[in-house]
Design a protein around this ligand. Structure first.
Ligand code: COA
Length: 189
């Protein structure tokens, strides 16, 4: 049987347009927009230590987004050009065609459907262009908004990895959700 050529992750699209959003690389020009939510303890709670200064945000942009931009996007509102969050693929495992999904949205822009719009756009690229097979995400048990987003994105709850990560000083359980390519095809039908 002929071996099918796998697409390389370096070919992941850099810009993705949706109705209201442009997903595009994060740059240092986004520092103010990112600092706005990264410096808010409530907003940063589940994802990273609260940023104490704009310099810290710039350093994070440099280390996380500029050094390894593959699969990482700023979520820009097309109507204003403001960056209202990020969405990205982590732990991209090309041989096994799976990756982890992560995201954060500025609180002021929650509950308007922007996150699900970004998730669906990324799923489309992931399954249809990259031809990857499994997209997973995990949340701490109390993070209901994130769990709801995973479910709305068609992810199925798989189970709990006990005491998997250190979170704010203690070892906590993580709940896994995933969508596989056949689920995605079913969703489209
Ligand atoms: C997780 C997170 C991105 C979810 O954001 P969100 O605002 O709940 O998700 P969406 O942008 O998809 O908005 C969905 C809500 O908008 C409503 N909505 C309004 N207009 C809508 C539209 N046009 N389309 C879809 N939904 C719409 C939905 O009804 C839903 O409301 P509900 O929460 O009352 O059910 C956000 O809470 C966040 O950034 N949290 C902190 C970071 C974090 O926890 N990251 C994950 C770590 S595991």
């Amino acid at each position: 049987m002929q071996k099918r050529e796998l697409p390389s992750v370096v070919k992941i699209r850099k810009r993705i347009k949706t109705n209201r959003l442009l997903l595009r690389p994060v740059t240092l020009e986004d520092a103010m927009d990112m600092y706005e939510y990264a410096s808010d303890p409530q907003n940063a709670y589940y994802v990273f230590p609260t940023n104490k200064s704009i310099e810290e945000t710039r350093e994070n942009i440099n280390n996380i987004f500029l050094k390894n931009p593959i699969g990482k996007y700023g979520i820009e509102l097309k109507s204003t050009g403001k960056m209202i969050g990020t969405i990205y693929l982590l732990n991209i495992d090309e041989p096994n065609r799976n990756a982890e999904l992560s995201y954060v949205l500025n609180h002021n822009f929650e509950e308007q459907g922007y996150a699900i719009e970004a998730v669906r756009a990324l799923e489309n690229i992931f399954f249809r262009e990259m031809n990857f097979v499994r997209l997973y995400a995990r949340h701490t048990l109390d993070n209901r908004r994130s769990e709801s987003l995973m479910e709305r994105g068609g992810m199925v709850r798989e189970g709990i990895a006990r005491q998997e990560v250190e979170f704010r000083g203690e070892m906590v359980d993580m709940c896994y959700h995933a969508i596989v390519q056949s689920d995605y095809r079913d969703l489209l039908m």
